[in-house]
Each structure stands twice: as C-alpha cells, then as structure tokens.
Design a binder for this molecule. Structure first.
Ligand SMILES: Cc1cc2nc3c(=O)[nH]c(=O)nc-3n(C[C@H](O)[C@H](O)[C@H](O)COP(=O)(O)OP(=O)(O)OC[C@H]3O[C@@H](n4cnc5c(N)ncnc54)[C@H](O)[C@@H]3O)c2cc1C
Length: 565
C-alpha cells in the first residue's frame, strides 16, 4: 500500500532515512502515538511490488545473472559491493549520481531508496558481548561507552523478537545468546569443522549463524505479513515472503498500520534548522530530489538515521550562529573517529573423506567462529578482536567444455568439499580517521560533497597476520589440504560497516552524543545509526543500531511526556 502523502509540514517527530535504523525509529515512534514524518532521499520501494527480479530464473535475466561489463564500467566503485549484480543493482546507487571525495581510498557503498540498505544487507545479527563495551578503555585503545551490556540487553530482546533472529543458544561470553528462532543446520563438513576446531582449541567455537531470518515464524511475524524463509538465497533481490528482515517488509508497514506514519520519498535532507530562541532544532530543510524545490518540515524531536556518514554530513552541514561548525560540534569531534570493520583476510581449504555425503537445501546463513582474541585481557601483539564467518561447500564437477551433454554431465556430478573463512575485525577509533565537508565541490542539490580520510593502521596489519596464521592452523586441524590464506588489500568502506563520526560518550568535551543518543548540546536531536558508535567491536553492527534506536525512542517519548524536550 502506498504511504500517506506529506500534506502537513508539522509533525510530532521527524525521522531522516528509512533504512534499518530509520525504519525502527518510525515503528517505535508511531506505535507510541507520535505523528511521524520519514524523510527519505531515494524513491519509494513497496514490499513485493517493487522487487522486479525477486522471482526471475537465471535465463529470464538479460545476462543470466552475470553482471554485464557496461554496468561495471559505469559503476567501478559500487559494483565492488558484495552481492551487486544485474539482479540487484537497482537497490544500489549509481556512481555518477552520488560523488564524494576520497582523500584516502574509501569505498562508500550506499542504497538510496525507501528501505535503504535493509533490502541488501547480509543479515548477520550477533549481539555485542559485555566485554566489547568496555574493552577500548580497559585495554587502552579508546573511550568507554556510556552504556553497558546490561542496559542494552532488554532492547536487544525487544528487537530480536520483532525482526526474527535464528540461532542456537551457545552460552558463550564472547557472543551472548538472544531470543532465537531455530538455527539453520550445519552441513556435515561444517559439523566436522566445529568439532575439529574445538578439539584442538578449547576456547574456540564454530556455531550456527545468527541471522535475521524467519526459520520458524511466530505470531508477531505473521502479524507483520511475513512468512517462513524458504532458503531461496535470493535475499538481495527483496524477499516476497518477508523471510528476512527489511524495513520494507517489517517496520515501515507496521508503523503505517498505526495511522501515524507519513513517508516522503525523494526528500534529500540538507540540514537541521536550529532555533536560536528555543535553543533546539525546530525542523529540517529538505530539497525535493526531482523538482529541487526547498521545503521545510518541523517537529518536536528529530531522529537522524541517514546512515553513519550521511548523518554526519547532515550534522556538519547544519550550521547556525550558535553552531558555526555543525550542529552540536562545540568540541570539534563531529566527523572524527570514523571506523569500519577489517575485512581484508580470507582463507580456503579442501577436505577429503566426505565424498559419499551431500547437503540438502540451501542455507541463507553462515557459520560463525566466535572471537577468541583479547577477551578481557590483551593476549596478542594487537588490540581488538575478530569474528570469523565460515562455511563448507561442495564444488561442482569441473566440466572440460562449456556446452553440450558432457558439460551437463560434469556439472551434475558433485566435486570436492571445501571450507572458506573470512574475517570481520575490530578497528581502533582514531581522531585522524575523519570525514569533512568539501570547501567548494557540491552535489547536484547544492550540498557540499563529503571528503573521506580514513585508513588502516599497524594494528590492522598485525591483526590480519594473526588471523591468517590462525585460519591456516584451524583449517589444518580440520584436515584440509590446499590451504590458502590471502589479504585482498581492499579499501576501508567495502566492509559496508562504516561507523562513528558523531560518537556517544559520557563527556561532552570528547563526544557528540549522550547515553540516550541525544546531541549533548541539542537534546531534541537523536542520532541512532552507525554514526553514534564509540567503538566497532567485532560483531556485525546493524542489530545494535536497531536496539539503540528503540531504546532512544523510549527515552525520547518519556522526556516528551515529562515536557523536558
Ligand atoms: C551487501 C551488504 C551486506 C551487509 N551485511 C550486513 C550484515 O550481515 N550485518 C549487519 O549488521 N550489517 C550488514 N550490512 C550493513 C547494513 O546494511 C547497515 O549497517 C545498515 O543498513 C545501516 O542502517 P542505517 O539505517 O544506518 O542506514 P541505511 O540502511 O543505509 O539507511 C539510510 C537511509 O537514509 C537515506 N538517506 C541518506 N542520506 C539522506 C538524506 N540526506 N536525506 C534523506 N534521506 C537520506 C538513504 O537513502 C537510506 O535509505 C551490510 C550491507 C550491505 C550493503
């Protein structure tokens, strides 16, 4: 159903961005009775109706699912993204439309549409451990978070129950359990890997993926109009079953049912408007993406959820007499401490002894080798931990030809088993890893371009070296041969876990946001996407953004009731 048109200019709340975190802000605000306007720069994408490739078979796609050279040549940057192809490219931006300036190489991967990157995300949803919130300060590589695991845990549960997360209860301190639906099974070689690794290393665990998939929907999911994941593994085309979580299938339609939601697509937020008299943000300045008309919308509270770097850009561009360097930026911290996940290393090996076994069905999740580094104390020559994603696959028989009967026979014969692994490593928050506005260059809406100045450091290099050595040894322990480990040297950003820029903290002198994600010096503005992150941890981040968003909305509404906002 199309969303309500924005007729009014005044709302109780405005949410900027309709992706993973914005969708959650909209749902929670609308459920609590606030008339909420979601401003989204991209086009509308309606669940099911706007998934044009969702049910196409390879031979129904123009290039049978291969990405044509023209698409790559025209989009050399975005086409590097995981899952980008002719069947999914309509959910990614086009390079030419959205330039930015890379002072250091940084692949900024974006999906500008209603639903944002929730349509194309990988769906890994592990909780942070208790340890990850305190490690940076304890081990001397960053600042403490202003919140603890215990404060966040009930909100994790709140989110998990609604979005549906499958996983096993593994009782591990390094990756706490949540409210899980049944996990997807290991295949026989994954089971073997899990047992071999744990046999050799008592503190290492390969467990089933924790993924935002409805392996067995509950009533709350059926009420959203979603159904069981059919393990089609075509998720990034949009799932007509609602088998995985996206804003489009879940939070936005849920918010719409309250009657309190208005979504305005094609609305590029240029800045927040600071009211010097009231000493708060009174509204939002928008440029209509199509007409270039400048519009203003006002509200009592503003949730900034345009994704980490865009939210930072909007705040930097929100200048006023009170805040000449960007909203809330009294301390010069805005735009600094930009972080990412270190995804550079991967490994593969082949394993014998399972030739008489096969796997049944597909698995949209991956196994997780839980972080075992620097837990509570530093036990390596680097700081931070790493999560490893892994899985076992069976290759197809190798055909000698590319057409004909022999080819068909060869590919229908199973080949050898293999195991892959890749890392997701924590990176250190650093002031010099920053973004800022370009002095002169502007985009097609007259908004300054973002300059990215973000790079790796020596800690990352040491972590990569350790990961490669450990991956080799663990594959060896599983009896693999032909083991290879590699460093792809990819630029930061391609991990698509960009974080920081407006970090949370206890001290207004060193952070932008307080423990409720409010801008310290302008508390009716909440930033609850990746921009708020104080450190990166080693878990996939998006479920934490959803969790912090729900927690912040609850606080905002309490404050509104108390009339302190
Ligand atoms: C291939 C891929 C795999 C991933 N895998 C995982 C994973 O397994 N686990 C995980 O945790 N994360 C994963 N991620 C990352 C995840 O998608 C992001 O962390 C998440 O989407 C961030 O949510 P968000 O709400 O901050 O931003 P988004 O979902 O990007 O939404 C931001 C929205 O704001 C809009 N917007 C931007 N600027 C403006 C503006 N000026 N005015 C108005 N609207 C604006 C955008 O158009 C967009 O719709 C993956 C991402 C990709 C692409």
């Amino acid at each position: 159903m199309p969303y309500t048109q924005a007729q009014a200019t005044r709302y109780d709340a405005i949410v900027i961005g309709s992706g993973i975190s914005g969708g959650w802000a909209a749902k929670e605000l609308c459920e609590k009775g606030l008339k909420t306007l979601v401003l989204e720069r991209g086009r509308d994408v309606q669940h099911i109706k706007d998934y044009p490739t969702a049910n196409l078979r390879p031979w129904e796609l123009p290039h049978r699912g291969f990405t044509p050279r023209k698409l790559i040549d025209e989009n050399p940057l975005i086409s590097k993204a995981a899952g980008y192809g002719e069947d999914t490219s309509h959910f990614f931006v086009k390079d030419a439309d959205h330039p930015y300036v890379q002072e250091k190489p940084f692949d900024w991967i974006r999906g500008y549409q209603v639903g944002g990157k929730s349509l194309i995300w990988g769906r890994a949803t592990q909780r942070w451990s208790r340890h990850e919130f305190v490690a940076p300060e304890k081990l001397g590589y960053g600042m403490n978070w202003p919140i603890t695991y215990d404060e966040v845990a009930p909100w994790y549960s709140h989110v998990e129950k609604f979005i549906g997360v499958c996983g096993n209860l593994d009782h591990l301190e390094a990756m706490p359990d949540g409210e899980f639906l049944p996990p997807f099974d290991f295949n026989c070689v994954e089971q073997h890997l899990s047992e071999s690794v744990h046999k050799k290393y008592k503190n290492r665990y390969v467990v089933q993926g924790r993924w935002a998939h409805l392996s067995q929907p509950k009533q709350i999911h059926l009420d959203q109009g979603r159904g069981q994941c059919a393990a089609r593994n075509l998720c990034m085309r949009g799932c007509p079953l609602g088998g995985y979580f996206s804003s489009n299938s879940s939070t936005l339609p849920w918010a719409q049912k309250t009657g309190n939601l208005t979504v305005r697509p094609h609305s590029v937020v240029q800045s927040l408007i600071y009211d010097e008299r009231l000493q708060r943000v009174g509204g939002v300045r928008v440029i209509d993406a199509n007409t270039k008309q400048v519009l203003e919308f006002s509200a009592r509270i503003i949730f900034v959820n345009a994704s980490a770097l865009n939210s930072t850009l909007i705040l930097l561009n929100s200048t006023s007499k009170r805040f000449p360097n960007g909203l809330g930026n009294d301390n010069g911290v805005l735009g600094k401490y930009v972080m990412f996940h270190n995804y550079r290393a991967s490994a593969n090996g082949r394993v014998d002894g399972f030739e008489n076994k096969y796997f049944f069905g597909r698995n949209p999740t991956e196994c997780i080798l839980v972080n075992f580094r620097n837990l509570g104390k530093q036990d390596t020559n680097f700081v931070g931990g790493y999560t490893t994603f892994t899985g076992a696959y069976r290759e197809r028989g190798q055909p000698l030809d590319t057409v004909g009967g022999d080819y068909k026979d060869a590919i229908s014969r199973p080949g050898p088993w293999g195991i892959y692994m890749y890392m997701q490593g924590e990176t250190i928050p650093k002031a010099d890893n920053h973004v800022r506005l370009h002095d002169t260059q502007k985009d097609q809406w007259g908004i300054p371009l973002l300059v990215t100045s973000v790079g790796y450091d020596d800690n990352d290099a040491k972590m990569i070296a350790d990961w490669r050595a450990q991956a080799y040894d663990m594959l060896d322990a599983a009896g693999c041969h032909d083991i290879e480990t590699r460093d792809n040297n990819q630029a930061p950003g391609l991990d698509i876990h960009e974080m920081g820029g407006a970090r949370m903290g206890r001290d207004p002198r060193t952070s932008m946001l307080n423990r409720w994600n409010q801008v310290h010096s302008c508390p009716n503005v909440f930033v609850t996407d990746g921009a708020c992150m104080t450190s990166t941890g080693n878990q996939s981040p998006s479920i934490l953004y959803m969790t912090l968003t729900a927690r912040a909305v609850n606080h905002a509404v309490d404050e509104l009731k108390r009339r302190s906002l």
